[in-house]
Structures are given as structure tokens and as C-alpha cells.
Design a protein around this ligand. Sequence first.
Ligand SMILES: O=C(O)C1=C[C@@H](OP(=O)(O)O)[C@@H](O)[C@H](O)C1
Ligand SMILES: C=C(OP(=O)(O)O)C(=O)O
Length: 430
Amino acid sequence: MNVTIAPSSVAGTARAPPSKSYTHRAILAAGYADEAIVRDALWSADTRATARAVDLFGGDVDRRENGTLEIEGFDGRPEVPADVIDCANSGTTMRLVTAAAALADGTSVLTGDESLRSRPQGPLLEALGDLSATAYSTRGNGQAPLVVTGPLAGGDVSIPGDVSSQYITALLMAGAVTEDGLEIELETELKSAPYVDITLEVLADFGVEARTTDAGFAVDGGQSYAPAGGEYAVPGDFSSISYPLAAGAIAGEGGVRIEGAQPSAQGDSAIVDIVERMGADVDWDREAGTIDVSRAFLSGIEVDVEDTPDLLPTIATLGAVADGDTHITNAEHVRYKETDRVSAMAEELGKMGVETTEERDSLTVHGGSSELEGATVRGRADHRIIMALALAGLVADGETTIEGADHVDVSFPGFFGLLEELGADLERRE
Ligand SMILES: O=C(O)C1=C[C@@H](OP(=O)(O)O)[C@@H](O)[C@H](O)C1
Ligand SMILES: C=C(OP(=O)(O)O)C(=O)O
């Protein structure tokens, strides 16, 4: 699907979709449990991949009409899957499920789409191999397809922290049901650290204790997953909220209200502060979970995305509209996502007349020098690139066509419907 957006202003109320990160963890935690109910779950291409893995491990994820997931777990002991586990486009699924597969008494095979088969899995495979499992890449390049043979007893392991925090999440979630537990030593500084905080929060909500240590993290073995009252509810997604929030800041003449924005462990709630620092008029009522934003004159700022890699595409678009330079630093790990998002935003915004300076670890967007020009841009099969370019289309001069826009299904299936409801003038073509 291609989407063409004409210059538009936006106004009205947007409901935040449920958090993708919390949903993945809740589905898998329910899998590790005997049974659990997960309310307000995100049902998207990525979270369906995690649900499929739980099914293949011998659990059963049943989605009711109201969106509630009734999950029968595999009770800490995954079966050897009867089929290859297809993680589709989801890095979170592949990392979390690789560690779960290492608990099975036999061999699992994991694969994914072309993008996922190019992302780094090596450090996690090595960590599992250093424990009692066997884990390797079929091509010997640290990328999927992956073959994992368990079982895993637990022990001490070390792993880099600057490639993906998902390795830590994966080890902590699996470690809790090993015999001996896991002591995880970080070999390098941890990037994307708030995602491990999300994990610790979900584990605690499922009655599992894990902790930070001087060297990294630790989890005792022999624990059971069970949420209080048998139920768990997923909060709203701040990475997704970044798009209507930025739309309001650049094109929200009538003001945009976002609902479902209760505080949680998500580092990406930093987007509220970022748009405010750029000069937008923002009011976040944390108790009510509402954010009100309206259009204002924006100025470029410096933003460190070490903790918040998924915000880079949104910040790049905000920087393109703002006056002056927006300097996005600590961004190397943003190159290991569905696409190399640093280059992708530099190149696609470049087609719209925006000048950028790209370095290995940073992106500077030289905003405000001239008006954005409508252009045909490539979505690069990356949901966040597509959504960030759609924002640019709201304020560009002339029409902007985003090729391959269907991939928003990965994290925000209702994205274009929501933009339309807010008043955006857009057309979909199959
Ligand atoms: O654990 C998670 O839910 C995620 C962790 C982050 O990845 P990295 O830890 O690989 O940076 C983030 O980019 C991804 O969208 C979701
Ligand atoms: C990088 C992302 O997710 P994942 O790592 O799960 O593919 C994302 O949602 O931006």
C-alpha cells in the first residue's frame, strides 16, 4: 500500500495504542505461567509473532472479541516446537523466544523476514552457548535462521550491553524458570536501559523477582510466573504516542489531546519533554493520562537517544520542521533496528529537501532552512520510518507519497485511520 498525504492541520482526540514492549513481555510471561489473562493487549504483527511462539511451546493464546487475551501457559517448561518459529519482523520476539527455546529439552528453529534475518543475534547465541545450551546461526554470521538446543540450567554469563537490551530481557525472563538462576555480567555499558526496567516491572507484576547487581542483573531460578489476581493490564505505548504528539506540535492548529498516557517505565515518555523543550505547548496530566499539545514555533535542540532509540525517527522529523539544528546523539544502536534508521531518515528526509549530517553515532538535522517539499519517499518496510515520514507529509509543500506504508501494522495498525480522524488529508492506494 502507498499512502499520499496532502498538507493538513490536525485536531481532536487520539487514544494511545497499548504498549508493544509490555504486550510482548506479558504474552511470554503468561506463557511461562500456568495461565493468565492479559487485558488491553496490543494485537499487531509483532505481538502476534510472540503469541505464535507461545502456542508452539505448548501454550494457547486465545483472543476474545473485546481484545482480552486468555492464555494457557506452558508452565515454565516449553515443549520442543512442532514447527519453525517465524518471528516475522519482530526483534523482541526473536530475542525473547530464543532464550525461551533454550529451556526446551530438544531443538527449536527460529527465523523471520528479510529485515529480521539481518539483525544481530550473536551475543545472545554466545551467552546461551556459554551456559548449557547449544545455539547457533545457520549461516554462522550471528543472524537468523537460528538453531537452539536446550535445556538450560542457569549459571553465570557475560554479555555486551550496547547492541540490544533485549538480550538481557530474554535471559532474565528465561532465567527465572531455570534450576540455578542467572547472574548476568554486562561487558559494556547498557543502551536502551529503560526497556530492562520495563522487564523488571512486568516480572514483578507476575510475581518474579529479578534485580540489578554491581555487575549487571541477576534472577533466581525455580520461580513461578503468576500475575496478582490472575490478570495483567497493558499500559499505553509512548513510542506510538510520539506520532500524534509530534503531529500536534507541528500541525495541531486546533490542539490534539492524547488519552491513555499514564506514566510507566517507558523511557520513550521522554518525548513529552522533548517536544516541550523544542517549544511546543504541552500539558501532561499524569493522573488522568492525557497529554494536550498544540502547534507552536519549534527550535532545534540536542537530544541523547541512548535510552530512547525508537524516538529517533520522530525527533528527526520534528528537527526538520524546527528552526536551527537538532543534534541527535548516542544513536549507533538505532542502526540495528528494522532498518538502519539513522541513514533511512537522513536519506528520506533528504528527498524532501532537508539537509542532514550523519555520523556513525549521531544525526544532525538542519531544520528551518527552507520549507519541506512533498516527495515520493520509501517506507523501507519499517513502521517507525513510515510514521515519521507521514508526519513530515502533514507540513510539506505539496503531496508526499510513502511507498510500502502497510508496515505500520507492526506496532500501530490504526495509525493512518487515526491521522484521518484527526483531519489529515490522505489517500491509500493498493
Ligand atoms: O525490549 C523492547 O521491548 C525493545 C527494546 C529496544 O531495542 P534494543 O534494546 O535492541 O535497543 C527497542 O528499540 C525495541 O523497539 C523494543
Ligand atoms: C526496534 C523495534 O522493535 P523490535 O526490536 O522488536 O523489532 C521497534 O519497535 O522500533
